[in-house]
Write a new protein. Sequence first.
Length: 432
Amino acid sequence: MMIWNREIEFLEPEKMRQLQLERIRGLLQYLAERSEFYRERLRSSGAGSAPEKLEDLQDLPFTRKTDLRDHYPFGLFCVPLREVVEIHASSGTTGNPTVVGYTRGDIKLWSEVMARALAIAGAEAGDVVQNAYGYGLFTGGLGIHYGALELGASVVPISSGGTKRQIKLMHDFGATVLTCTPSYALFMAEEAREMGIDPRLSPVRIGILGAEPWSAALRREIEEAWDMTALDIYGLSEVIGPGVAQECPSKNGLHIFSDVFFPEVIDPATGRWVPEGEDGELVITTLTKEAIPLLRYRTGDIVSLKSGVCPCGRTLPRISKVKGRTDDMLIIRGINVFPSQIETVLLEVEGARPHYQLMVERVRGLDTLEVQVEVGEEIFSDEIKVLQNLNRRIKKEIESVLGLVVEVKLVEPKSIERSMGKSKRVIDRREK
Ligand code: DLL
């Protein structure tokens, strides 16, 4: 198996801690010199001198998604825009998306961590990588792409969608590695069978699947459908994109690149570290990023952390598969959706009431979102044409805001359950 960075991935834990501590000190220096935002944040939090040991990091302030949004678009950048060579953005709860930028150095780092991730999964130079993550502002497509180039594999930048063509080209080009969301991998297998092609006979041996939570049961199904090894990849755009952590074939957790992304697992209520092996919220500090380095970024993802040598020999710590989120964000076909985004849209469409429910299901392996919306009495008793028209407007509006195809169902006034406390906006029927 190809190992991309043996020195780091097999580093003695004590040496790793030393490296991390040095880098954290370097980061604090960098932020003090370059970031108005962090100067203020560190000053107002009363944080003292540079940490003497890693545990001292717990006394430093967190960064949250709202900080990025509040300083939209470039307020957290630590370099002038002319040093930023690429910009990505992900959808946000309200109005502004979360914007991230990369310097040339950051792209180099991204390529390196992604090459390491691909290698950990068992890919190597000579592999044909069918990259069916979306290209565009989403970090999935380009992140995998850069890693595949660095690794020396042949990348097919097919992006997501156009499933029949995906299957034909996959077959014709002899793809050996498939990169996409787990739900899409499953859907592709079904579509292939419908085309009369047995996906098990394709040369694909590894699937590198992530960007959304998926269960062990789904892994078995995908592996069986494709006759391949399906491995989990984790990442988030704020930190870099894909390439934060990668599962190896021993399927014993995801190796997190802790030499560049320092992981903490905290109790979301107290903000303090939980004992190793216990569930908590993953917090990441980027140790060497240039454009938007982040100090103690709250990912909202619930994981546990494990140290010790992996059966594959690596000493990098491992995070568990993501077990859930601390907020109400839904991930549908890899797209992040907050119920409040939909609420915002509904409030803007005349005739729709802000009483709604989101039904999430998995149909033939693919996530679907049905938005059930109450309409006013006057409209409900109106002609069918009026209802159809309203339905279309809501659908179009949601699709243009979220970039996600949804089904809209208009329901009678008062038919959606009212609540005295927190309302249950989401009914998620996907298996966990
Ligand atoms: O989803 C980056 C990515 C692309 C990762 C391709 C893997 C593959 P965002 O769009 O910013 O970035 O969404 C980040 O997605 O906080 C998690 O909640 C969720 N997520 C990402 N990977 C996994 C995974 C990309 N393997 C958010 N399992 C994160 C569960 C995941 N959830």
